[in-house]
Design a binder for this molecule. Structure first.
Ligand SMILES: Cc1ncc(COP(=O)(O)O)c(C=O)c1O
Length: 384
């Protein structure tokens, strides 16, 4: 039999997926706190707009870069809410932030060049580097500062092979909002190396310590930043698969024609849904964000009340990166908590090599279920 290519075979099954599959098999009441998506439904006005668009004939291919109204709405949102300036022609609508990240990696990192990412990190960047035949380099951030971005560590790790650095802020898995000066320093160093910073800002609207601005808004080198966004987390629209990238025109001009041969365009109906989400009433989304903030406070309180347990204070997104204070591997602890105590968490080793003994908890769940989950974690850790 012909052998599948090394780039596909190199794709590892993450321990997060192992936990997901285990949870599906377990025949007991589970509190599922491993899932990285909002527990809210897409608001009605978004669904109605999509249905209306479909009935009105918006069921065909769109231009590769997306429908003009949506590109303009994304451009306006980036400017009005996050201070990031790109005209609509520099925005590409994609199939989720995921496709935006893959296209950007393919466009900025050549085979055998390096994609550099501060750890702990969302695992998909490594897979995408593998698909691009590129090298992946995780640079550990210090646990003492709650894994905040340490610019010196990143800059020291850069070399002439570094083609792009990913900065994920707010972070998945830690919920940290990276220090602005540190982000600025990394962009400047990237520019010195003729490299890009890929600003993965899919959680940018979900911050709890005041409004946040995109990295491209406060650096002197915005041409070296590719901004990635998505409707998934902000608008409870994970299943619509709608995201975007915004970048300097000369990069976008190369990405758009290449994109004809990947997905061609994002779903036409989903693009109309996204347009309604961005330009319609914002109250449902603001309400969701307030609910996440309340849950963040709940999580911080409960963690503080459990002996030996700690986590960096989540400043954004909906994750807490728990340190159970136990000297064992995270997958074993996670399996034990699921099987014996019915609470499912994502093992920290699924987020790179930086913090293997941690567990990621998603607080995209009701306050009642979160309390139940913490009761189970408390009982479980006491008996480990
Ligand atoms: C850090 C980060 N970036 C990007 C994505 C991609 O999300 P989507 O493709 O749903 O927009 C996710 C999803 O979990 C994420 O956590």
């Amino acid at each position: 039999m012909p052998t599948p290519t090394a780039r596909i075979r190199g794709t590892e099954r993450s321990s997060i997926r192992v936990m997901f599959d285990l949870a599906e098999r377990l025949d007991r009441d589970l509190v599922r706190l491993e899932v990285g998506e909002p527990d809210f439904d897409t608001p009605d006005h978004v669904i109605d707009a999509a249905a209306e668009a479909a009935h009105g004939g918006a069921t065909h291919y769109t231009s590769n870069a997306g429908i003009p109204d949506l590109r303009r709405a994304i451009s306006d949102t980036l400017s009005d809410r996050f201070g990031v300036e790109h005209p609509p022609e520099e925005v590409v609508v994609t199939v989720g932030g995921m496709e935006a990240l893959l296209l950007t990696t393919l466009a900025t990192v050549s085979a055998d060049e390096e994609l550099l990412v501060p750890g702990p990190t969302w695992p998909n960047y490594e897979t995408q580097a593998t698909l691009a035949d590129a090298e992946f380099h995780e640079v550990p951030m210090p646990a003492e500062t709650g894994f905040d971005l340490d610019a010196d560590r990143v800059i020291d790790a850069m070399s002439d092979d570094t083609a792009a650095v990913v900065l994920t802020t707010p972070s998945n898995p830690t919920g940290r909002v990276f220090d602005r000066d540190a982000c600025r320093a990394v962009v400047e160093a990237a520019a010195d190396h003729d490299a890009y910073v890929i600003a993965d800002e899919v959680y940018l609207a979900l911050t709890y310590e005041g409004p946040n601005e995109g990295i491209a808004s406060y650096t002197g080198q915005p041409d070296h930043v590719v901004t990635i966004g998505s409707c998934s987390k902000t608008y409870a629209m994970t299943g619509w698969r709608l995201g975007w990238l915004a970048a300097d025109g000369h990069l976008v001009d190369e990405i758009v024609p290449a994109r004809e041969s990947t997905t061609a365009c994002a779903s036409s109906v989903a693009q109309h849904a996204a347009l309604a989400a961005l330009t319609g009433p914002q109250e449902p989304f603001n309400e969701m964000c307030r609910a996440f903030e309340d849950r963040r406070d709940l999580v911080v309180d409960r963690v503080a009340g459990i002996d030996g347990l700690s986590c960096p204070r989540p400043e954004g997104a909906f994750y807490a990166f728990l340190d159970p204070g136990i000297d064992d591997d995270a997958l074993s602890i996670a399996k034990y908590l699921a099987r014996e105590h019915g609470v499912v968490l994502a093992p920290g080793d699924g987020f790179g090599d930086t913090a293997p003994g941690r567990l990621r908890l998603s607080f995209a769940n009701s306050a009642e279920r979160l309390h139940e989950g913490f009761d189970r974690i408390e009982a479980g850790l006491a008996g480990y």
